[in-house]
Design a protein around this ligand. Structure first.
Ligand code: ADP
Ligand code: MG
Length: 375
């Protein structure tokens, strides 16, 4: 057990790292964050910011010697950095899991090996795999780079098989997965926390709306039959157990018109679709990250009230400072800003969450507030 007063290491200091850092410091821990960006959103709250690349030997050595344990806020930290730290202190989730979660090929294979469903897919590593993929996958399809994709980046929708070769080239002829493009009924996610000893707590299933591949809104509880909630929670727990996962994990699902669930991907960390837990749950996902990192069991995840979370992108600044007062004029609306200086198009700058009793009313309120935000 790692007790308050200890220093926790954090690789990656974006908004997820910032909210982890706030939780950890509130609970009495110090936080050392490694992030090459001098404007790292987490650094403001960290005890110390090591402003260096993720493979910087001195920085990694300091984390290994001064921290009690280390966690990450994103998957693309070099595996070698995690492995070198793991020789000295616990890394949670493990380097092995992060290696799987960052690579769509390994990730889908691991999910299938456990016996859980994914959408039909095919691996394309070189031009010579293209013909085989055309025979196996029905179109429209979606081609995704195996690594480094996020918020819909590194993906191309392909309507006809004849477009596949060019699309593969456009993505740099790097290893890819080709997935069948589904006509989705909805998308949902389960965020869970699992301790070193195997205690699991799941948060209420979120229904997620995306715009241009970026999460726009999470509606909680998801408006689906109770048995679909149950199935999603069960599948997410099975995945965490079979991987002997330790930490916070998000599992994204596709739901088809017959309420079948397919796992889209997993995130080995807190997730954007779990931000509602900050304002609507007994424990939030970042407190769970601290608790599981430190060897404790996750806290209770009861949903206190229904919630709709809306992402605020840089686009909201197009006509100047967004109309924050509109948000604060509502007593059930909670604003979170990540301290980012430059409001670029599509950049996640913050989010707000509407909490209340009636989900359809919350949804209307959220949509209205979102439309009114840009000045
Ligand atoms: P990212 O890593 O960018 O989140 P995802 O694989 O989750 O990548 O894709 C982003 C979004 O694109 C999904 O949330 C979904 O809305 C859409 N999408 C991705 N794959 C498919 C698919 N096979 N069928 C239908 N929609 C998809
Ligand atoms: Mg996704």
């Amino acid at each position: 057990m790692i007790l308050p007063g200890a220093t926790l290491g954090l690789l990656g200091g974006g908004q997820l790292g910032r909210m982890f850092t706030i939780a950890a410091r509130t609970m009495g821990y110090d936080v050392m964050v490694l992030d090459p960006d001098i404007h790292s959103p987490a650094a403001t709250f960290a005890t110390e910011h090591l402003c260096a690349p993720y493979d910087d030997k001195d920085a990694l050595a300091r984390i290994a010697s001064e921290c009690a344990a280390v966690t990450t806020e994103f998957e693309n930290v070099p595996a070698s950095s995690l492995e070198s730290i793991a020789q000295h202190i616990p890394v949670r989730p493990s380097a092995t899991i992060i290696r799987i979660a960052r690579d769509r090929i390994l990730e889908k294979k691991a999910i299938r090996n456990i016996g859980l469903d994914t959408v039909d897919y095919c691996v394309i590593k070189s031009e010579s795999d293209v013909e085989k993929a055309i025979k196996k996958i029905s179109f429209p399809a979606i081609l995704k780079t195996a690594t480094l994709g996020y918020d819909g980046k590194g993906q191309i929708i392909i309507s006809r098989s004849s477009e596949l070769r060019a699309a593969f080239q456009r993505l740099g002829a790097k290893p890819c997965v080709l997935e069948q493009h589904l006509d989705l009924a909805s998308e949902i996610s389960v965020v869970l926390a699992r301790s070193v000893c195997g205690h699991i707590e799941t948060f209420t299933v979120a229904e997620n709306r995306h715009e241009n591949g970026i999460l726009n809104m999470s509606i909680v509880p998801a408006r689906l039959k109770p048995e679909v909630h149950g199935n999603a929670e069960k599948m997410a727990c099975t995945l965490a157990e079979k991987l002997d996962y330790c930490g916070v994990m998000a599992v994204e699902f596709f739901v088809d018109k017959k309420d079948n669930l397919m796992i889209n991907e997993m995130a080995p960390r807190p997730h954007n679709s779990g931000h509602y837990t900050l304002d609507a749950c007994l424990t939030d996902q970042f407190q769970q990250q601290v608790r599981t990192l430190c060897g404790f069991r996750p806290g209770k995840t009861d949903l206190i009230s229904a919630a709709v979370m809306v992402n605020i992108l840089g686009d909201a600044w197009e006509q100047g400072t967004p109309a924050w007062d509109e948000l604060f004029n509502n007593s059930g609306v909670f604003l979170h800003l990540y301290g980012k200086k430059e409001p670029r198009h599509g950049r996640k700058m913050g989010h707000f969450t509407c909490v209340g009793d009636e989900i359809e009313a919350l949804l209307k309120q959220a949509e209205l507030l979102e439309r009114g935000l840009p000045g």
